[in-house]
Each structure stands twice: as C-alpha cells, then as structure tokens.
Write a protein that binds this ligand. Sequence first.
Ligand SMILES: NC(=O)c1ccc[n+]([C@@H]2O[C@H](COP(=O)([O-])OP(=O)(O)OC[C@H]3O[C@@H](n4cnc5c(N)ncnc54)[C@H](OP(=O)(O)O)[C@@H]3O)[C@@H](O)[C@H]2O)c1
Length: 322
Amino acid sequence: MKALAYERYGPPEVLAVRPLPTPRPGAGEVLVRVRAAGLNPKDVLVRKGKFKWLGAAPFPRICAYDFAGEVAELGSAVRGLRVGQAVYGMLNRWAAGAAAEWVTVPEGELAPMPLIPSDAEPRDPYVLAAAVPLAALTALQALRDLLRVAPGQRVLINGASGGVGTFAVQIARIYGARVVTTSSAGNQALCRELGAAEALDYASTDPAQAGPFEGIFDVFGSLPFPRARVALTPAGRYVTAIPTPRNVVRDLMTRALAQSARLVVVRSRRRDLEVLTRWLVQGALRPVVDRVFALDDGAAAHAYIETKRARGKVVLRIDDAP
Ligand SMILES: NC(=O)c1ccc[n+]([C@@H]2O[C@H](COP(=O)([O-])OP(=O)(O)OC[C@H]3O[C@@H](n4cnc5c(N)ncnc54)[C@H](OP(=O)(O)O)[C@@H]3O)[C@@H](O)[C@H]2O)c1
C-alpha cells in the first residue's frame, strides 16, 4: 500500500510516499480503508523525535492519528460494525499510521462516521470527518472533564483560531459559556462566527487583563498559569494543552485545589466520538478546514502546520491506488 512515512526523525523532507505492507487486523481491531487523514502539531513533534523517550516504534513510521474511511475487514472479536461502513476516529498509539491506504484500528478508537453538513468547500465527507477527532476530542476533554464548563460562565480560549481552538470555542458555547477568544486580528471574525462573544487580538490585548474568567483554556501555550491566575475567579480553573514538565508538575500539585492548573492529554474513546457525532450532525459543531493536501504533498502539509498559522485544520486526501 501507499503510505506517507519516514525512515528517520527530522524536517518535513524526511517524509515520502513509500510502498509498505498492508497491515492485518488483530482480533479486536478493524482494518480501515483510509480516504482522508487529519494532521495535527503532534505529527510534527513526533516526526522531529520530540517524544522518542516515550518508546521508539520501528522505522519506517507512518504519519497521522486521525482518519476517516470505510471498514475493510473486521477482527474476529469485533461486533456491531459491518464491512463497507464509513467510520472515523483517532489512534491512541504513538506509532500513528493513518496516512496510508489502510490502517488497523482498535475498535474502541473509532465510531460510525457522521455526514457533516457543509455549505462551503470542502464538502468531501471524509475530509470533513478526518478533520475532527484529535482536535475536537482535546477540546471536549479539556472543557467538559477538566474545566467543567457550566452555563453562564465566562471562559477564555487562548489560541482560538487553530485546530483545537476552533472546536473549543464551539464546544464551550454548546455548554452555555460566554466565550472570549484570542487570535490574530485577521481571525477575529472567524472566532465571532464560531460563537465568541468577545474576540480579542492577542497583538493588542493582554488576555490576562481581560478577566475575571471562571475557566481559561490555554490552547496555544502563550498564557502560562502564573500569568493567567490573576484573571481567574477564586474557584476558577485553568487548562493547558502544552505538555511541558512544568505543566505536568502543576497539574499534579493543583488538581485538589480550588484554582487548579490542569494539563489535558487527549485520549481516543468511542463514546466521546459519539458525543461529537451528535453535535456534528445537528450542525451545532463544524470543522474549520484550512487546507487539503494530496498524500504526495505530505511534506508541504507538515511544513504548513509548522508555521503555527493554520486556520483550523489541515487534512491529507488519500486517493485510490493506481
Ligand atoms: N495535550 C494534548 O493532548 C494536545 C492535544 C492537541 C493539541 N495539543 C497542542 O496544542 C497546541 C495547539 O494545537 P492546534 O492543533 O490548535 O495547533 P494549530 O492548529 O497549529 O494552531 C495554529 C493557531 O495558533 C494560533 N496562534 C499563533 N500564534 C499565537 C499566539 N501568539 N497567541 C494565540 N494564538 C496563536 C494561530 O492563530 P493566528 O493565525 O490567528 O495567529 C493559529 O490559528 C499545539 O501545541 C499542540 O501540540 C495538545
């Protein structure tokens, strides 16, 4: 099969489309014929070798955690899915593997794929679905489980115009929050469209001066807890998406305190995908897709994510084999 893979850690140029063996599903796994694979900053960090201490998978390594496609084969223990059914999901394993024609997925890491309404390009249902899992699960798990956002709360999303942020704004609104965002000036209108009541330009406004907030989600990483704290209410909660050693320690030290500083670590779970699915089909949640790249242009897609200016999501389209 064709796969976007790399033989060593390094810059985007280490990526190439290579012929690799098609994987076989284990008993509790599903073989998925991938039609689109979503990319995330995690793909870039893993490709650079930033997480190699967490356990090295053998090379060549295939990129991408997010996928949408069809069930091609079911492992012997898998029930409740059928061959040909459209599915989407995110791989929990560090070794990734979704940027390929086929990928094996544990059955708990995928769900039936929603048909997401779209009144603008892209309309490709697989591209839209592949844009969702990792970023939207991160936003859901941060806002619901760690910030515990409730109706009427004033919540700050710092870095609202990227992959995670565009979902976080909408999910905080779904939970009834009054959402305040930061982005560049050019993306303030997008943040308002997604549901922000106040859209701040980070170049001219310090969000730490815009409190009080019951919840702060630092998606981008430019508002560390010591600075954010002054903008929190006495029982306000803070969550960061940036897994630095300092943020891990703060998470452990503050989780029992009124003002907590938690670190979200996204996990793929079918029941959370199903929560997203309900909102997606209702039109309450929509992916913002910035660019779609062909598998052959995977290095350019990675380089684009590295600019840290993606407006929403970046997705690879996996074309049919020649
Ligand atoms: N811990 C976890 O489980 C987890 C899960 C997902 C993601 N993450 C991490 O979360 C971070 C965000 O992920 P993502 O997918 O949202 O990234 P992304 O899509 O690459 O984010 C790009 C966005 O960052 C914004 N940005 C750039 N400079 C900024 C600044 N100074 N202040 C505020 N926003 C700024 C840009 O907005 P403008 O163009 O408007 O400037 C752009 O929209 C990454 O570091 C990622 O690794 C962690």
